[in-house]
Ligand binder design. Structure first.
Ligand SMILES: Nc1ncnc2c1ncn2[C@@H]1O[C@H](COP(=O)(O)OP(=O)(O)OP(=O)(O)O)[C@@H](O)[C@H]1O
Ligand SMILES: O=C(O)[C@H](O)COP(=O)(O)O
Length: 387
């Protein structure tokens, strides 16, 4: 049984409870990166066009349940969303005690669901309470779909109607397009700091892609596995065998040259060396220009590209060229490209290629779990609800 979609339901006059992922960075009471809020707008506008009574809900941060606090209040999100929609978005704090009054064509935001006791444990009575607030529950929070919590999972069992929102549907469609039957050649880039945190993703991708480009600290472990000195670089000696096993399974092109420094700092002097010339007191902080060129060539010719994690320490100018070259090559490629993860999105933003990536996922952990082939609990809850 497939998941029901919001587009199949008539929302007119209905109390529609939409779970979004508004877990966004906030500083001094202001939202500092609103990509996730913007991504929710088409869903909200569709519900508004149908004159639904709209209740939005989300978590923010990881507060102690039962202890609401101002820092993790969704108030800044309500204000920001109101500005984007050009209407007032009321923040409802007491929705568990008193059902919110929502008029047709009105949008309210329920306060941080993780302030509620039982949210994280997927408590049944809390899930029933959420369900009682609505006629239709819409799960649209792809970024939180790997969590089985009361607002992402339990509620779907008890709501009169439960369906996937347009954002969740499009995220799943894009990932399926990249992974189920990818246009070849498929190139995956997995960067970031540690192999250990991405081992399952690396394994899953090694089964699917034609070329696996590794970056960042992850690449250092592969360079060590190939027998080269990595000096003081971040790498994981205990994962060298796993890296060798991956290299036996799939084509992992190794860097030819690297950018090194003797300190991890924005004052550090960056030096380019051949990969076999790294000294004991140096650390590898980026791929070198020849390597970036080789990777970029492969990316430009790819039919499908999946990207998670930077190629180097892109936050520091002198170690950012490798990640920049890859971002530009992905943007230039005619293949289908999908990118996900907090640092990856920050890099895409930094290098100004956002509009030239085919699909940018709002998911971090959820994106990785999908790629690993894991079942997303929020999606299975919708499948069960459709039975
Ligand atoms: N060679 C390197 N040595 C040390 N740190 C590196 C190196 N290359 C990249 N990094 C750092 O790794 C960090 C990203 O790694 P991390 O494992 O946190 O990725 P991530 O948060 O999982 O990525 P994403 O959010 O895209 O999934 C960046 O801050 C980057 O500066
Ligand atoms: O930012 C995320 O990855 C999601 O919002 C999930 O947040 P969590 O890791 O606190 O559950």
């Amino acid at each position: 049984m497939t998941v029901r979609k919001m587009s199949e339901l008539n929302l007119a006059g209905q109390r529609v409870l939409i779970r979004q992922d508004f877990n966004v960075p906030i500083k001094d009471g202001k939202v500092t990166s609103d990509a996730r809020i913007r991504a929710s707008l088409p869903t909200i506008r569709t519900a508004l066009e149908q004159n639904a009574r709209i209740m939005l809900m989300s978590h923010l941060g990881r507060p102690t349940e039962g202890e609401p606090n101002d820092e993790e209040s969704l108030a800044p999100v309500a204000n920001h969303l109101g500005e984007l929609l050009g209407m007032t978005v009321r923040l409802e704090r007491d929705y568990l005690e008193q059902d919110p009054e929502v008029k047709e064509g009105e949008v309210v935001l329920l306060e941080n669901v993780r302030f509620n006791k039982g949210e994280k444990k997927d408590d049944e009575s809390l899930a029933r309470k959420y369900a009682s607030l609505c006629d239709i529950y819409v799960m649209d929070a792809f970024g939180t779909s790997h969590r089985a919590e009361a607002s992402t999972h339990g509620v779907a069992r008890f709501a009169p109607d439960a369906c996937a929102g347009p954002l969740l549907s499009s995220e799943l469609d894009a990932l399926e397009k990249a992974l189920a039957n990818p246009k070849r050649p498929m190139v995956a880039i997995v960067g970031g700091s540690k192999v250990s945190t991405k081992l399952e993703v690396l394994n899953a991708l090694s089964e699917k892609c034609d070329q696996l480009i590794v970056g960042g600290g992850i690449a250092n472990t592969f360079i060590a596995a190939a027998g080269y000195n990595v000096g003081k670089s971040l790498y994981e000696a205990d994962l060298v065998d796993q890296a060798k096993a991956l290299m036996d399974k799939v084509n992992v092109p190794l860097p030819i040259d690297v950018v090194v420094a003797t300190e991890f700092s924005d004052k550090a002097e960056a030096v380019t060396r051949n990969v076999d010339e790294v000294r004991d007191d140096e650390m590898i902080l980026d791929v070198g220009p020849q390597t970036a060129q080789t990777y970029a060539d492969a990316l430009r010719e790819a039919g499908t590209i999946l990207w998670n994690g930077p190629a180097g320490v892109f936050e520091i100018e002198q170690f950012s060229a490798g990640t920049r070259a890859m971002a530009n090559a992905i943007a230039d490629s005619n293949g289908f490209s999908i990118a996900g993860g907090g640092d990856t999105l920050a890099a895409i933003d930094q290098f100004g290629v956002t509009d030239r990536i085919s699909y940018i996922s709002t998911g971090g952990g959820a994106f990785l779990e999908y790629v690993e082939g894991k079942t997303l609990p929020a999606v299975s809850a919708l499948r069960d609800a459709a039975k």
